[in-house]
Write a protein that binds this ligand. Sequence first.
Ligand SMILES: CCCCCCCCCCCC(=O)SCCNC(=O)CCNC(=O)[C@H](O)C(C)(C)COP(=O)(O)OP(=O)(O)OC[C@H]1O[C@@H](n2cnc3c(N)ncnc32)[C@H](O)[C@@H]1OP(=O)(O)O
Length: 215
Amino acid sequence: MSGYQVDDATVEEIETERATYEPITEATRRLADLCIRSQVDAASTARALEHLQAAIDVLSQDVAEGPYGLRHSRQGPTRPWGNAVVGVRNPVAPPLKVVHETDHVWSDFELSSAYEGPPSLVHGGVSALILDQLLGEAAAAAGSPGMTGTLTVRYRRGTPLGALRAEARVERTEGYKTFAVGQICDAEGVCVEAEGVFILPRWARSEQEQPERFE
Ligand SMILES: CCCCCCCCCCCC(=O)SCCNC(=O)CCNC(=O)[C@H](O)C(C)(C)COP(=O)(O)OP(=O)(O)OC[C@H]1O[C@@H](n2cnc3c(N)ncnc32)[C@H](O)[C@@H]1OP(=O)(O)O
């Protein structure tokens, strides 16, 4: 399958790439929030747009074909940097930093106004997006990675924008199927629960070196 790429990027090269692109990604996240909440007048937005167009012109001078994919380095960390949840080069990603413990994964993160669904609450699709990633990471961290086959989400109560925690763990595995569960909590407790089955796809079952992650 295309999109999984193995390379020899060194730790130093990876850090240089991060230092080059992470600041514009973070600035773009800030811009998304300002698009929603800024109250400046039309002349000011016109001026801002000129600056944005200039930035677009610079960045467009050299663009890779297709999405970022998943880049494994033989010498350094894996880069899921275009990923919609954890991607450090993706302004759409909050992004989450996921901690892998022995028996579960977790992340403390903040969701800005760019993730609003009902007023002041997180969009249900965004909660599902985050839980899909966390449950998938739990499956991969347990040594049984897979593509999401089915994800079931229970919205117990509204999830407020702001500081949240997501957690996930593997419940059981049956051959190439991994059953994972997880939740998103605010300071008051559980807001959203999910369970999912992650399936190692047929094309990967026969490979000697199975991919560690799918996204
Ligand atoms: C450390 C780093 C962290 C790394 C962390 C990485 C985290 C990534 C998290 C993001 C995860 C995603 O979003 S993944 C993207 C969203 N998901 C997808 O796009 C998946 C699209 N669907 C597919 O590719 C496929 O349908 C699969 C892989 C799900 C299944 O296809 P297959 O492999 O050909 O399956 P097949 O042989 O027919 O069936 C195998 C078994 O699974 C069952 N099965 C098949 N489909 C389903 C299904 N949808 N839901 C439930 N069960 C199913 C069958 O009944 C069968 O059971 P039995 O008869 O054997 O009992």
